[in-house]
Design a protein around this ligand. Structure first.
Ligand SMILES: Nc1ncnc2c1ncn2[C@@H]1O[C@H](COP(=O)(O)OP(=O)(O)OP(=O)(O)O)[C@@H](O)[C@H]1O
Length: 361
């Protein structure tokens, strides 16, 4: 409302300014014609002069009105232009789910089979022939150098970017159709709303909306206050929220700027608890999250999501050392899969190299 009002008052100022000038110009024209009439009074009859001046007055009034209306029409047409822009935006390809997915997924088993992905037509593949399986309830860390395709894998899982089918024309990639399945359901056959409702992602830059904390945690008003407080307690945010002005109704400023990166991730984690998701994808924040917050996130994942599948895109290897499985990626491919202990025991493994380079032996 504030922003709309600020724009509206500027619009009124501009209109006033315009009216003032159009009046000055009309007055000058009428004045000039009056002067002309006085000067040429010998050649013109008084009735002609009267007619001329009154007609000019009327015309100038109409001109002023027309200019104001034209200006108004032009600003209003911008609305139509914006709407037209939105109407012609490309839509995400959605499908109608064929099966009853009310209870899906129950186990949280994820299977990637020959998955290839590119961001746009004509660009190189960023995921190449990915094939691996994660059992329900497993905690899996995905590691790899920057640009290896870890975040792209998470995007593919949420179908933010569709996986590519056989038309690759890329020599180093097999051209068969791949799929991603969760509990034996191909996610390509699930409608986007259901898919994204059932998986929870905690992105690197967790997002919060302007509004209250309650709206951020519980946008569809499905949980009670008691459930909200209990979820906040589990992630260790309860005391912070209690101290905030308004508690659950505390204000969240634009994009959650009054929360730190770590706190925003914890809020996301609270949302995941409230949604009871079976599959959690965590993209670890690269920005400075202090060790305590980091430990708190990992601890919550262990205690609250014990039987859930957790896929962590890890930037710090120490957080995933206790995980069941590590998937090492390089240049869009899976190069190693195994238990962290096994991979570390092999000094020729990629994972050993990554841990060694991170200086966290
Ligand atoms: N929106 C995008 N459009 C086009 N290419 C992209 C896009 N996002 C990522 N890429 C490319 O995809 C490749 C994999 O990127 P991705 O973000 O998945 O890597 P990452 O392993 O998650 O890296 P990081 O550890 O730095 O987050 C990179 O070469 C990157 O340039």
């Amino acid at each position: 409302m504030d922003r709309q009002q600020a724009a509206l008052i500027m619009f009124y100022y501009a209109n006033r300014w315009f009216s003032l000038w159009i009046t000055i110009v009309s007055t000058l024209v009428v004045f000039a014609s009056a002067v002309f009439a006085v000067v040429s009074v010998e050649r013109l009859s008084p009735s002609t002069v009267a007619l001329a001046v009154s007609t000019i007055l009327a015309i100038m009034q109409e001109v002023a009105l027309m200019m104001t209306k034209l200006g108004y029409l032009q600003t209003q047409l911008v609305d139509a232009e914006r709407l037209k822009q939105y109407l012609s935006l490309p839509l995400e390809k959605d499908v109608q789910s064929q099966r009853d997915l009310k209870e899906w997924p129950q186990n949280g088993r994820i299977e990637f089979q020959n998955v290839n992905m590119r961001y746009r037509e004509g660009m190189d593949l960023v995921l190449k022939n990915l094939t691996f399986a994660i059992d329900g309830g497993q905690k899996v860390g995905i590691v790899g150098r920057t640009g290896a395709g870890k975040s792209s894998l998470a995007l593919a899982l949420l179908r933010m970017v569709e996986i590519s089918k056989s038309d690759f024309n890329q020599a180093d990639v097999e051209g068969t159709d791949g799929f991603i399945k969760i509990d034996d359901v191909d996610i390509a056959s699930v409608d986007l709303a259901t898919l994204r409702e059932r998986l929870s992602i905690i992105p690197q830059e967790a997002f919060m909306f302007t509004g209250t904390l309650r709206e951020n945690l519980n946008p569809f008003s499905k949980a009670t206050d008691q459930e909200l407080w209990s979820a906040l307690e589990k992630v260790g945010l309860k005391s912070l929220v209690k101290e905030m002005d308004g508690g659950l109704d505390a204000t969240v400023t634009e994009a959650g700027d009054n929360f730190s990166v770590g706190q925003k991730q914890l809020v996301c984690l609270t949302r995941a608890i409230l949604r009871n998701s079976k599959v959690i994808i965590l993209d670890e924040a690269t920005a400075s999250v202090d060790n305590d917050t980091d430990a708190l996130i990992q601890e919550t994942l262990k205690t609250e999501f014990g039987d859930c599948t957790v896929v962590t895109i890890a930037h710090r290897v120490n957080t995933i050392m206790s995980y069941d499985k590590i998937i090492v990626m390089d240049a869009g491919r899976v190069v190693e899969i195994g238990a962290p202990g096994d991979l570390l025991a092999d000094s020729t493994s990629h994972f050993f190299g990554l841990v060694h380079n991170s200086g966290q032996q």
